[in-house]
Design a protein around this ligand. Structure first.
Ligand code: 5AD
Length: 453
């Protein structure tokens, strides 16, 4: 490792500061965690750089939800370790859920890694990076309390501030590794949450997204999720409030009322269903039935008639019969989700499914089923998006789109309150609101021309 610097070092001048590059995989919570890591290291005097080639320390913040993600990260870390040819003192660390999951085996599987650190240990990063050792350094203790109080993430997005309000998960769905890698559920003190939101608003953020593995399970003494939504919506300068992901079983009427009442809360929900089969939901131990999910969506749609709804679906979970799978297709047709993240079941060691259920749907069949639901969802998304044709939507402008106009000039893009990505040709400043008339729709994107803001 390179020369140690004390954790408490005052910020160094740009030339002499050790430079850190962080790469992020997985969910929005990981994106938010990376912002926390960046804040902790900046405070300790590190400089942040945008490419691995410039860095003295490379950190990869990882996901363990599916096996493929883990394989990708190990491959990527191996590739990055090639940079040692020019920089022998380069430190490479693996952070986050996969670090937690594979703590014991990582040093063997990825001997080029110097540091393995779980999601609750980032406060110790400066100290640990300052140690010199030839052994890989390991810190995967999980916490029962929120240990990032007082830290405002160094935000990468210029338009949306992520605020993690609840960490960990107590649901123990049989397929899922999250409770094992992120530990027990714990909610952030509402006064700290408000401090973070107010701080973001004072930095110019108009949109805030509250984060948690089961975000609506939030409770801190007498404060529940509905109270929290009302408090955030009341913060001066915050025009849009989003949250992800709510857990179907924990949706209260009070939360539904708050969403319906508060103009700041966006009418867009990501509500993971996982399967349309009662048997499969039971095997997954989701704690709700298809009927209950259906009722919840009906209540939500009554309260917020134009609600945009997205979901997560797993195909090929243990014991999934053809009939179970048909039930999922039927539910998708019935719900007409705006969009869905769709996955093949990936067995994770340590979970209840791994211990007690056979991963018995052949890979080929999982792939076929995945193809089938993706095709169906593409068609539904297209039809749902076409309902926006001819309508005017308020966009929070994010920046330049990858796709250029026919004349080759840059398109801008932003997001509507309903969570749709909208691309339009006119110049507009990032983080400004813009009204766009939609004239074309694909299954993933709306296109239009900008009217007045
Ligand atoms: N295999 C496949 N998909 C999974 N997910 C969680 N665990 C697994 C697994 N073992 C999916 C679920 C969850 C999303 C974040 O990832 O759909 O909602």
């Amino acid at each position: 490792m390179a020369d140690p610097i004390p954790a408490t070092a005052a910020p160094l001048d740009a030339a002499s500061a050790r430079k850190v590059y962080v790469e992020t995989y997985g969910c929005q919570m990981n994106v938010a965690d990376t912002e926390v890591v960046t804040a902790i290291l900046t405070r300790a005097g590190y400089g942040c750089v945008g490419t691995p080639e410039e860095a003295d320390v490379i950190l990869i913040n990882t996901c363990a939800v599916r096996e493929k993600a883990e394989e990708r990260v190990i491959g990527r870390a191996a590739q990055l370790s090639g940079l040692r040819a020019h920089k022998p003192d380069l430190t490479i660390g693996i952070l986050g859920c996969m670090a937690q999951h594979l703590a014991a085996s990582l040093p063997k599987r990825a001997p080029f890694v110097d540091l393995v650190m779980g999601p609750d240990s980032y406060q110790r990063l400066p100290d640990i990076l300052a140690q010199t050792s030839n052994e890989a350094l390991l810190d995967v203790r999980l916490s029962r309390v929120e240990n990032y109080v007082g830290i405002d993430g160094v935000r990468k997005s210029g338009t949306n501030a992520w605020v993690t309000i609840i960490r960990g998960c107590d649901k123990f769905c049989t397929f899922c590794i999250v409770p094992y890698v992120r530990g027990r559920e714990r909610s952030l003190d509402p006064s700290e949450m408000l401090r973070q939101v107010t701080q973001s608003a004072s930095e110019g953020f108009k949109e805030v997204t509250l984060l948690g593995q089961t975000v609506n399970s939030y409770r801190f003494l007498q404060t529940d999720f509905a109270d929290l939504l009302r408090a955030v919506a009341a913060v001066d300068g915050i025009e849009r409030v989003r949250f992800t992901s709510p857990y179907p079983k924990d949706f209260t009427d009070r939360a539904i009322e708050a969403i319906a009442d508060l103009p700041e809360v966006c009418p867009a929900l990501h509500l993971p269903v996982q399967s349309g089969s009662e048997t499969q939901l039971e095997r997954m131990q989701r704690g709700y039935s298809v009927t209950e999910y259906r009722d919840l969506v009906a209540r939500l749609r009554t309260a917020v008639p134009d609600l945009s709804l997205s979901t997560d679906i797993i195909v090929g979970f243990c014991g999934e019969s053809d009939q179970d799978f048909r039930r999922t297709l039927e539910l998708m047709e019935e719900m007409r989700f705006d969009s869905a993240y769709m996955f093949k079941y990936s067995e994770r060691s340590g979970t209840a499914a791994h211990r007690k259920l056979a991963d018995d749907v052949p890979e080929e069949l999982k792939r076929e089923r995945l193809r089938e639901i993706i095709d169906l969802q593409e068609q539904i998304s297209l039809e749902v998006n076409q309902q926006w044709l001819g309508k005017s939507v308020q966009i929070l402008v994010e920046g330049n789109s990858k796709r250029k106009t026919e004349e080759g000039s840059p398109n801008r893009f932003g997001r509507s309150a309903h969570g749709k990505v909208v691309v339009f040709p006119e110049q507009a400043e990032a983080n400004s609101m813009r009204s766009v008339l939609v004239d074309r729709a694909t299954s993933h994107t709306l296109y239009g021309s900008a009217a007045d803001a």
